[in-house]
Design a protein around this ligand. Structure first.
Ligand SMILES: Cc1cc2nc3c(=O)[nH]c(=O)nc-3n(C[C@H](O)[C@H](O)[C@H](O)COP(=O)(O)O)c2cc1C
Length: 377
């Protein structure tokens, strides 16, 4: 019998009252701005490695890589050029020391036993820093192109499938053998060793936004990524997720993603954001709308979604000087009772050091984790 690996207790600042600050890695070209005036991000390994190492060296808490299989088109071929999430994160596990490293896997594409072993391998490479973003997959085109779309499994059933998938992974991570007779998966004396190093297991996160997706996430995951049309809606979603978790006898961390446009002054940052908007990529927007499930008949028509998209930002964003952004982040976290932020930058290599030097310390001192309080007492 081979000796089990030494376990490493998985601890994030939010476990002790602090907030988790991480980076959404730009694994696909163009990042999260639909504009030909935005800084060039090529989605390459080299670009992501430098961003990951900066995040690690500057003491951020996590990096996460999405999984993407098809781009949106447009003059800059937005998101057409990307690297694989799990392989990237495995390499970055070796390239970094302290930051949590989270990969994304589509439940429709990868057998749970394969995922269990791949994530526990990343966990071993990183000495207990691995995490898994579970994605059920909603962009039909991404899966149809490879013959992997399941027409027999609708949106909510994809979360039933994901529940079995995660259940099997958790059991493979903790039990010597798994025999499982589910609706979607069958395992027969399935074995997966080494077990992960992280105690209790690699971090699990999902961005289930629908009612069914949220229910799955609060019942199965350690954290949920939330968004909202505005800050009030985000607050409602965060409160709702926490209540749903309490009803299920659990707790859930709530995160949101935020693109930060940093300038020396508020005015300068505002000018930069307007400059990006002036290069808005309408064709890429159409590709993105198809990916989000808009019908062809809706594409090209004006609605709230397209009006908002003309800012060229694909996610919520904040604009300002470092001081003003620190205040905005603190107020957002406080108001929405969030456990952390996953940050996006128009230019990661320039943005991460400024964030780490001038914004992060203010956020961390506004929400100290208990271990830091104890050290300072
Ligand atoms: C932070 C974040 C990360 C996501 N990562 C991915 C991803 O890597 N690949 C993907 O296909 N979808 C991704 N999604 C989409 C979600 O997994 C989910 O499908 C979407 O939020 C819709 O929710 P629903 O499935 O409950 O309808 C992400 C969403 C968010 C907010």
């Amino acid at each position: 019998m081979v000796n089990p690996l030494n376990k490493v207790k998985r601890v994030l600042p939010s476990d002790t009252g602090g907030k988790d600050l991480g980076i959404f890695l730009p694994i696909a070209n163009g990042g999260w701005i639909l504009s030909d005036k935005a800084p060039e991000i090529d989605g390459s390994y080299a670009y992501n490695k430098k961003a990951a190492m900066l995040a690690d060296q500057h003491g951020l808490d996590f990096i996460m890589a999405m999984a993407k299989w098809r781009g949106f088109g447009g003059p800059r071929e937005h998101w057409q050029h990307s690297v694989d999430s799990q392989i990237l994160i495995a390499a970055l596990a070796e390239a970094t020391e302290n930051v949590q490293v989270w990969a994304t896997v589509h439940t429709l594409l990868q057998n749970p036993a394969v995922t269990a072993k791949m994530i526990s391998t990343i966990d071993q490479i990183s000495n207990g820093r691995a995490g898994l973003n579970v994605v059920t997959g909603s962009y039909k085109g991404e899966f149809e192109q490879m013959g992997a779309w399941r027409a027999d499994v609708n949106h909510d059933q994809r979360y039933d499938l994901a529940t079995e998938w995660v259940d099997i992974i958790k059991r493979l991570w903790s039990e010597p053998s798994v025999t499982y007779d589910g609706k979607y998966f069958q395992m027969d004396d399935c074995q997966s060793d080494h077990k992960p190093v992280a105690d209790p297991h690699p971090f699990l996160v999902c961005a289930g936004t629908s009612k069914k997706g949220m229910q799955f996430t609060v019942e199965q995951m350690d954290a949920i990524f939330l968004s909202g049309g505005d800050e009030n809606e985000l607050k409602e979603n965060s409160n709702m997720a926490k209540q749903m978790a309490r009803d299920a006898g659990r707790t859930i961390k709530t995160y949101t993603m935020l693109n930060l446009v940093i300038g020396d002054t508020d005015e300068e940052a505002q000018k930069t954001a307007e400059y990006y908007a002036s290069g808005f990529d309408e064709e890429a927007l159409h590709g993105m709308m198809r990916a989000y499930g808009f019908l062809d008949s809706e594409i090209g028509k004006e609605n709230d979604f397209t009006r908002k998209a003309r800012s060229s930002f694909m996610s919520a964003h904040r604009v300002g000087s470092p001081d003003s952004l620190a205040d905005q982040c603190i107020s957002l976290i406080d108001n929405c009772d969030l456990d952390g932020l996953m940050l996006i930058f128009p230019d990661y290599h320039a943005g991460i050091p400024v964030f780490a030097d001038k914004i992060m310390p203010k956020i961390k001192s506004a929400f100290p984790s208990k271990s830091v309080v104890a050290e300072n007492a």
